[in-house]
Design a protein around this ligand. Sequence first.
Ligand code: ATR
Length: 286
Amino acid sequence: MTSAAPDRYAVLGNPVAHSRSPAIHARFAAQTAQAVDYGRVLCPLDGFAAGVRAFAADGARGCNVTVPFKFEALQLAGRASERARLAGAANVLGFDGANPAHWWADNSDGIGLVRDIEQHAGVPLAGTRVLLIGAGGAAAGVLGPLLQAGAAEVVVANRTVAKAQALVDTHAGLAATQYARLTAQTLARPGEAFNVVLNASSSSLAGAAVPVPDAVLRPGTLAVDLMYGPAAAPFLTWARAQGATARDGLGMLVEQAAEAFFLWRGVRPVTAPVLAALRAEVDGTA
Ligand code: ATR
């Protein structure tokens, strides 16, 4: 007796060799006994559409999309979730054959961050004051779900304030329905003593210092960098020095993957052991 071939998925990006998504999805598949084969596809910078079409035409069922193709991914698919449209980007696609008109697009980044904060870090977002540093793709992906989680106030602070304001404008309707205060600020004067401070800027990749004043933190603030590894280190060191609780983006990575797995398979993996195993690998203890 032969068993059916596994359903195929992959992460598409450029670069993509560093991606931990295959290892995460392999763990999810083993845990839930789902027949899933998850790989990596490097697409040329001008070849995302061709790459994803070829992957779908080859019988794949879906893919994750990473930098720099999340914006293009949203445009390609025939239908998109509300949270993906609000983010202006998609990190999950589902295929039904090779015709993009029959594909769907979603964005699991923001719900991934919310679940990491609430379930793994143990901080309920309802009623909190949140500072979101940055207004690029990473910030756009998480703002909607933060508002939906019930944050009382979100301040978006960015080097280019006009970009923060644009993000505030696109989310103003959601903020109003959630009775949340949503404003754009400069990095120099974003406000003080937030409950949660999120670094969604890429300033550390540029080798720059943490771009906001110490006063945004107070002892006990949860400070999360959406990146992990060396890119997150300067922000986390700074946050700990102020008495904040520092957290990198590894939990968000696992949770966004779990949401994608659920969207594709209809099964929700248990994330805590997968996060613990990944943490050990990243910290070099496994
Ligand atoms: P991503 O997809 O990772 O969000 P992005 O869309 O290029 O990448 O956005 C990068 C973010 O980091 C932006 O908010 C950017 O600020 P600007 O909008 O003013 O460009 C921010 N950023 C990058 N380098 C920075 C630095 N040295 N200091 C402060 N903010 C920085």
